[in-house]
Design a binder for this molecule. Structure first.
Ligand SMILES: Cc1cc2nc3c(=O)[nH]c(=O)nc-3n(C[C@H](O)[C@H](O)[C@H](O)COP(=O)(O)OP(=O)(O)OC[C@H]3O[C@@H](n4cnc5c(N)ncnc54)[C@H](O)[C@@H]3O)c2cc1C
Length: 406
């Protein structure tokens, strides 16, 4: 008989325990929200793939990816955020209660933060599947450098990750071949990495090439490259092939619910809000200009803060706005017309001995609350009757008009 699934409730469930997810966790935990991070692989995400991180502020001597991510995790745990090591299979994100399904447990949450990052892209060349990961094709120099001491390796790609990880591999390997699809001398990495790599005698560039096929027995032995100009096949005998040719976003489980870009990345606004209320998204999984730890941290902070605001505003909406029949004056405290009309309605409260009275919502502080009331013009008066907004007045705030609702 199938085992009954456990049900657990949280304020916030974060999918993905990389830099973005953990930063969002720190903000949510610190706001005393009951928060869970679900991570299917190594806590720390892609940053743990890299040996040297020199551009994350606060570490003038640099840090290893693993070391930095361990510090992130320590700080996240300090705020009582729970970690669960499993993968999210499916989600139901519409409505006030979000459902996140794992193999054993159904999680219910007020907010879901997507921080599922991406995974390495592969070449799709012949026989590639046979040699992935421990059979000779690697995506992580940090993980596999030592095992390649005094051996020959091949790198595919010429971006920052390819060249920087290639430089790192020269400390271990005998020879580091680099297959680059561009013309001689053209690389996708930054200029500093390029000049360092060109000066390194252990590196050998093979220009104008792509992978045609992988060959070996039960382990990769040879990568056959193809020269794009001549069609010539170039067999390279190596022990490990490292592929650094970009990433694919981990968005398959969200694709029917969340708006994605053409490339499959999540589309968000500046508050990391997705198209669904109460669902935020942060880090490399988002369509954005720069995918780095510093930007993942920035996104995570915004998503965590926005999640806290969303939960607070939802509670305020149901406990203070909808619970009684009244009028809500929705205004922008910085606008002169709103200030004048505030005086007008306060005079009305006095004139009617409180028969007409108002709650006040300043949109500067509570934009989400005004959105929830369906108010987009300021000032407005929302009319609440029997737990519903029945009207929104934008112009006529007269006593006669307001009394017509009593
Ligand atoms: C080789 C390499 C070198 C790099 N060097 C640098 C550098 O020097 N400096 C720098 O700033 N950045 C660097 N980066 C980029 C940096 O690592 C990323 O920008 C950063 O890790 C993004 O963090 P993230 O939290 O958005 O995503 P990720 O780190 O990708 O984390 C996402 C996490 O979500 C998990 N996940 C996905 N789907 C699910 C699911 N269904 N259920 C549960 N968990 C799930 C994944 O397992 C993963 O751990 C490098 C990246 C690589 C690969």
């Amino acid at each position: 008989m199938p085992r009954e699934k456990k049900v657990e409730e949280y304020d916030v469930v974060i999918i993905g325990g990389g830099a973005a997810g953990m930063t969002a966790g720190i903000y949510c935990g610190r706001a005393r929200l009951k928060t869970l991070i679900i991570e299917m692989a190594l806590v720390g995400g892609l940053a743990t793939y890299t040996n040297e991180i020199e551009n994350y502020p606060g570490f003038p001597e640099g840090s290893t990816g693993l070391g930095l991510m361990e510090l992130f995790q320590q700080q996240t745990k300090k705020f009582d955020v729970k970690f669960k090591g499993t993968d999210v299979k499916s989600v139901e994100l519409e409505g006030e209660v979000k459902i996140v399904e794992t193999f054993r447990t159904t999680y219910k949450a007020k907010v879901v933060i997507i921080a599922s990052g991406g995974r390495p892209r592969i070449t799709n060349a012949e026989n590639e599947e046979e040699f992935l990961f421990d059979k000779g094709i690697s995506f992580c120099a940090t993980c596999d450098a030592a095992a390649n001491t005094d051996k020959d390796v091949l790198i595919i790609g010429s971006g920052d990750a390819a060249i920087e990880e290639g430089m790192f591999l020269t400390k271990f390997a005998n020879k580091v071949y680099i297959s680059i699809m561009h013309e001689d001398g053209k690389m996708d990495c930054n200029e500093i990495a390029k000049s360092e790599a060109c000066e390194n005698s252990k590196m050998e560039f093979i220009w104008n090439t792509v992978v045609k096929r992988f060959e070996g027995d039960n382990h990769l032995r040879t990568v056959v490259l193809e020269n794009l100009r001549t069609g010539e096949e170039i067999p390279i005998d190596i022990d490990t092939c490292f592929e650094f040719i970009g990433y694919i976003p981990n968005t398959e489980i969200f694709k029917d619910q969340i708006c994605l870009s053409e490339r499959g990345y999540v589309l968000v606004n500046d508050k990391m809000e997705t198209n669904i209320e109460g669902v935020f998204s942060a880090g490399d999984v988002n369509e954005k200009f720069l995918k780095q730890i510093a930007t993942a941290v920035g996104d995570g902070a915004v998503a965590g803060y926005a999640a806290e605001r969303y939960i607070a505003e939802t509670a305020q909406y149901s406990s203070q706005i909808l619970t009684r029949d009244h009028f809500v004056y929705v205004y922008d405290a910085s606008c002169v017309n709103c200030q004048n009309r505030l005086r007008e309605i306060e005079a009305l409260e006095v004139e009617t001995n409180g028969k007409i009275s108002f709650s006040k919502v300043d949109v500067y502080k509570s934009k989400g609350l005004s959105n929830r009331m369906g108010v987009s013009v300021f000032p407005s008066i929302a009319v609440v009757r029997s737990g519903e907004i029945v009207d929104v007045l934008t112009d006529d705030f007269s006593r006669v008009r307001l009394e017509s609702y009593l």
